[in-house]
Write a protein that binds this ligand. Structure first.
Ligand SMILES: [Zn+2]
Length: 570
């Protein structure tokens, strides 16, 4: 159900704990048994899933499986050989509704069905396809919602739970079975689990290698495969350990008994690309494996995704996209702040200053910078890169502003950190969900002036934050002016024609004109220091063009001085 995919600078970068104790006095929860076997379908490697569940009372049962999720569609294409093993009849697949109807068999006896999950795309290395099942001969990497169907009647109320078991069959001894609920276990008794938490998970197996460490009594794992070019697996594991220890210490929370990260490489010829997905007890990472990929990008990715373990998972949004300004923006902010504050991977407060400056530049370069929060919806988020980045950047700067404000009014006694820990306590204690008015109410405890109007203006309405005034008030040294990414022209929807050119742009100055056909292009989106290279065609002539895609804009940038580091860190 949760989805947090992320795309960062120039590059696809990407898109979360549960302690559920069985309560003896409550009525029995239904059982859900899965058996997953190594299999084949029409000579393709496949995972065969068998499910056993209690039928719905007096009617046919429904097994939920979304055809559309996480920006992917036609997911039913990955399901083959669907059968009802118990009773009579055949399943009736209703793709658009996102379920299959299973005819009712004998009275109350359990229903058993089976199906196979295959990889329906050829290039398993295509980063855009990371959210479809990857089922290869040597390994598999599949998110729960792409692997496991759940009976609809088990999930009628929010917080519905089931007693869940998963067994794994058919893999040889050396193969690793590793997922959000356990490592190297062929028979997994998950106990009684919230079904939303159950369905926010990653399942991997095959030729993965597992690195394990214990932090304050709790094990953490890194399951990784492939031969890595940009860093060693040990470096990745050391940094993960450092990150988990730092963030748990930030939240004062060492309550999680199991945590894992899965990491799969994919091929990419140019540039670097990262995807991370925060899940229950875990996050899954897909990372480009080439010389353009940098260890510091992995530091960012691990810190961002781990932060979702609290922001997004423990502190839950009331409505997904509507509160991305919090779940993504505040995650971004604490990624930068904690990397600096805990000195993760050798970074310091210079890292934090550059992160603030970078967000200011990204907001100024965005074509949707003033869009109201209501426009950050599923449709826009998944189809428009500028909308996708908006809640990350806007939320980060809002968090930065609020942090400085709380520090200033309390003369350093409090910070946004205190508010974050309050939110965590109330989410766990009272099951509170995060929305705007709730956030404002909790923040007001730490402020002199009521936050409501400011929140409405800068989050709901999307007006830019008065950052320069804040820098002045805080006594921060800053300069005005920075290079912003500016492509300078608009593509046709198919990206094969130039439809409009800004006459003030570097693109225009270098010869790009409206109506030009685009024969080839090399563009590092968001990078102001990499030349755009185009081959255009005009009046039957070929016109090669190259230019730096940037423009100057008068925006404030914090100087990285000892005084500023002192002001921001103390
Ligand atoms: Zn995120």
């Amino acid at each position: 159900m949760h989805l947090f995919t992320e795309i960062s600078r120039g590059v696809a970068l990407a898109i979360f704990f549960v302690l559920l104790a069985a309560c003896q006095t409550e009525p029995a929860v239904p059982e859900l048994d899965y058996q997953i076997s190594k299999s084949q379908w029409d000579s393709l490697p496949a995972l065969e899933v068998r499910i056993k569940f209690q039928p719905a009372a007096n009617e046919a049962s429904r097994l939920d499986f979304s055809d559309t999720a996480w920006g992917q569609d036609s997911l039913w294409n990955t399901i083959r050989d669907f059968r009802v093993l118990s009773g009579a009849g055949h399943p009736l697949v209703e793709r658009d509704s996102g379920w299959a109807v299973i005819p009712r068999g004998e009275a109350d006896s359990p229903v058993e069905v089976s199906y196979k999950v295959i990889q329906d795309h050829v290039a398993s290395d295509n980063p855009g396809l990371a959210y479809r099942p990857v089922v290869q001969q040597d390994y598999f990497h599949v998110f729960a919602h792409n692997l496991l169907m759940v009976p609809g009647h088990y999930r009628q109320q929010e917080g519905a739970r089931a007693a869940i078991r998963i067994s794994w069959r058919g893999w040889d001894e050396t193969a690793v079975i590793h997922n959000s609920f356990g490592s190297r276990q062929r028979d997994q008794d998950l106990g009684i689990l919230d079904l939303d938490q159950f369905m926010s998970a990653i399942y991997t197996g095959g030729d993965f290698r597992v690195y394990s460490r214990v932090i304050e009594g709790n094990p953490i794992h890194l399951a990784i495969r492939g031969e890595w070019i940009p860093f060693t697996e040990q470096e990745a594991m050391d940094m993960l350990t450092e990150t988990v220890a730092a963030q748990r210490s930030f939240w004062k929370d060492h309550s999680q008994p199991y945590f894992t990260v899965t990491m799969r490489p994919f091929e990419l010829e140019q540039g670097s690309s990262f995807q991370g997905t925060g899940l229950t007890n875990s996050f899954a990472a897909s990372v480009s494996n080439n010389e353009f990929t940098d260890f510091q990008q992995l530091v960012y990715l691990f810190n961002h995704e781990l932060m979702h373990n609290w922001v997004g998972h423990s502190i839950e949004n009331e409505a997904e996209e509507a509160q991305y300004w919090f779940s993504e923006g505040f995650t971004e902010y604490y990624t930068a702040k904690n990397i600096a504050a805990f000195g993760i991977a050798g970074n310091d407060w210079g890292y934090y200053i550059e992160a603030v400056n970078d967000k200011i530049r990204q907001m100024a370069a965005s074509t949707v910078q003033g869009a109201p929060n209501s426009e950050i919806n599923y449709e826009n988020f998944w189809t428009n890169r500028d909308y996708q980045e908006l809640p990350y950047n806007r939320g980060f700067l809002f968090a930065f502003y609020l942090d400085q404000e709380i520090r200033a009014v309390s003369e350093g006694a409090n910070s946004l950190d205190n508010l974050m820990r309050d939110l965590l306590r109330e989410s766990r204690g009272k099951g509170a969900k995060l929305n705007g008015p709730y956030f404002v109410k909790k923040a007001n405890r730490y402020l002199v002036e009521e936050l409501g109007p400011f929140y409405r203006r800068h989050i709901e309405e999307g007006k830019p934050l008065p950052l320069e005034a804040l820098f002045r008030d805080l006594g921060l040294e800053y300069r005005l002016g920075a290079d912003l990414f500016d492509l300078g022209f608009d593509f046709s929807p198919e990206r094969d024609f130039v439809v409009a050119v800004d006459p003030e742009s570097a693109a225009y100055a270098s010869g790009v004109r409206a109506g030009d056909a685009v024969v080839s292009r090399s563009i590092y989106m968001g990078a102001t220091d990499r030349e755009v290279e185009l081959v255009l065609r005009r009046d039957g002539r070929t016109v090669p063009v190259r230019y730096l895609p940037k423009r100057k804009e008068s925006i404030p940038q914090i100087l990285d001085t000892p005084g500023n580091r002192e002001l921001l860190s103390k």
